[in-house]
Design a protein around this ligand. Structure first.
Ligand SMILES: *Cc1c(COP(=O)(O)O)cnc(C)c1O
Length: 397
C-alpha cells in the first residue's frame, strides 16, 4: 500500500476559516444596517482595489463576465465589429465579445508564455485586414476590427508593449482580461517602469470568482480604468442604465457588486499581496524541483514579468498518465483548458477546424495545472514534486 496524500488542487476552506471572524462580521454588519446593494462598503472596496492596481477608477460588478462585457461596451465596441482574442482562454472572454454583438477572432498563443503571440497578431492584421480611413477592416467579412482582448493567462501578463504598439498602428482598443492576474506586474520597456495588470489597456476586467487570486464568497467582478467616461458609462450599465434612481439614460443590466461580497473582498484584499507572494514562492519551489526532469516543461517567466501564479501549469507528453498517477496518490490536478475555444461545440459552424491554432492545440493535450492556492504548505509542493519525479523515474512505466 502506498501512503495516500491528501493534497487538493485548490483548498478554498482553510483561507476562509482563518478569516471567519472578520468575514462573519461583514454579514452581521449588512443585516444590521439592512443595506445590501450599493453604498459605502461597495465604494470602499472600489477605492481600495483601484488603489491596489494603481488605477484611477474601479467599478464593482456582478462577475468577471459582466466586467468584460461592460468594459467592451463602454469602450465603444459596436455590433458587427470584430474583437481579437486568443483561443486558449475561458469561454467568458468570447461570450462577452459575442454578447456585445461583436464577433470574436482568434490569434494563436505564444508557445512559452501561453499568452497572445504578438507576431501572429501583427501577421493577422497585415494579411487579413486593411486600413481604410483610420479604421481596420477585415477583408473577407468587411467587418470593422475594433479591439484586442489580451488575456493575462495563469497570472502572467501578456507582452503589453508589443500589443499596445500594434493596437496603435491599427486604431484598435485594448481591453485587458485580467480575470486571472490580480497584482501581476509587467515591466514596460516603453514607459521604463513596472505596471500592474489592469492599468495598460483602456479598461480591464477582473473576476472575483471564489477560486481566483482574490475571490469573493460568491460571484463578483470589477472593471478598472483610468477613464472617467468609461467609469461613468459602466456605473450606468451595471445598474439598468440609471444615472439616478428611475432616470434611465439607456438600457443597462442588473450587474452590480453586492454589499456583502464587497465587504468580504475588502477583508481579503488585505491578504492579497501576501497570498501572491506565497504563490510565487511555491512556484519557485516547483521550478527548482521539476526543472531537472527532462519530460516536463515548467512555466516560463520572462524578465519583464512578475506572475502571480493563479495557476502553475506544466507540460508533458504523458499528461493523462501523470494526472492519473497523481490522482492515485491523492494529489489533485486540473486542466486549463482541455479544449480550445474554436473547437468547442458552441463555436462549431464558425468555420474553424482543428489545426487552425496549432500552438494552442498542441499545448491543450500536454498542459497540467498542479496544486496552487493561498496557504499551500511548501512541504506539500515538495511532496507533489517528489511524486512527479517518482512517476518519471519508475522504470516499469
Ligand atoms: C474567471 C474568468 C473569467 C470570468 O469571470 P467570472 O467571474 O467567472 O464571470 C473571464 N476570463 C478569464 C480568463 C477567467 O479566468
Amino acid at each position: 500500500m502506498t501512503q495516500q496524500n491528501n493534497i487538493p488542487f485548490l483548498d478554498l476552506i482553510t483561507p476562509h476559516q482563518e478569516l471567519a471572524p472578520e468575514l462573519t462580521a461583514i454579514f452581521q454588519s449588512a443585516i444590521s444596517t439592512g443595506r445590501f446593494i450599493g453604498g459605502p462598503m461597495v465604494e470602499e472596496f472600489e477605492e481600495n482595489f483601484a488603489g491596489f492596481c494603481g488605477a484611477g477608477f474601479c467599478i464593482g460588478v456582478g462577475s468577471g463576465t459582466d466586467a468584460l462585457r461592460f468594459a467592451l461596451m463602454a469602450a465603444g465596441i459596436r455590433p458587427d465589429e470584430v474583437v481579437i482574442t486568443v483561443p486558449n482562454t475561458f469561454i467568458a472572454t468570447t461570450e462577452a465579445i459575442s454578447q456585445c454583438g461583436a464577433t470574436p477572432a482568434f490569434v494563436d498563443m505564444d508557445a512559452q508564455t501561453y499568452n497572445m503571440d504578438h507576431e501572429k497578431l501583427r501577421q493577422y492584421l497585415e494579411t487579413e485586414c486593411v486600413l481604410e480611413n483610420s479604421r481596420t477592416v477585415h477583408s473577407g467579412s468587411r467587418r470593422i476590427v475594433s479591439a484586442i482582448v489580451p488575456v493575462h493567462l495563469y497570472g502572467q501578463m501578456a507582452d503589453m508593449d508589443a500589443i499596445l504598439e500594434i493596437a496603435a498602428d491599427y486604431h484598435l482598443h485594448v481591453i485587458e482580461d485580467a480575470c486571472q492576474a490580480h497584482g501581476a506586474e509587467y515591466f514596460s520597456r516603453k514607459l521604463n517602469c513596472w505596471k500592474k495588470a489592469g492599468t495598460m489597456g483602456i479598461a480591464s476586467a477582473f473576476s472575483f470568482y471564489p477560486g481566483k487570486n482574490l475571490g469573493a464568497c460568491g460571484e463578483a467582478g470589477a472593471v478598472v480604468t483610468d477613464s472617467e467616461d468609461i467609469a461613468r458609462h459602466i456605473r450606468m450599465l451595471r445598474d439598468h442604465g440609471q444615472s439616478q434612481k428611475y432616470h434611465h439614460e439607456m438600457e443597462g443590466y442588473n450587474g452590480r457588486l453586492d454589499v456583502i461580497q464587497a465587504g468580504i473582498l475588502n477583508v481579503k484584499l488585505k491578504k492579497l499581496a501576501e497570498w501572491n507572494l506565497q504563490r510565487r514562492n511555491n512556484a519557485q519551489i516547483y521550478n527548482e524541483q521539476l526543472r531537472s526532469l527532462e519530460s516536463i516543461i515548467t512555466p516560463h517567466e520572462p524578465a519583464w514579468s512578475r506572475s502571480v501564479y493563479h495557476l502553475y501549469v506544466i507540460q508533458t507528453e504523458v499528461r493523462d498518465q501523470l494526472q492519473g498517477y497523481l490522482s492515485g496518490q491523492g494529489i489533485g490536478t486540473a486542466l486549463h483548458y482541455p479544449i480550445p475555444l474554436h473547437l468547442q461545440k458552441a463555436y462549431i459552424g464558425n468555420g474553424q477546424t482543428s489545426g487552425a491554432y496549432p500552438v494552442c492545440e498542441a499545448a491543450a493535450n500536454r498542459i497540467l495545472s498542479l496544486p496552487m492556492f493561498p496557504g499551500l504548505d511548501p512541504n506539500r509542493v515538495t511532496t507533489v514534486s517528489n511524486h512527479i519525479a517518482a512517476f518519471f523515474n519508475e522504470p516499469s512505466r
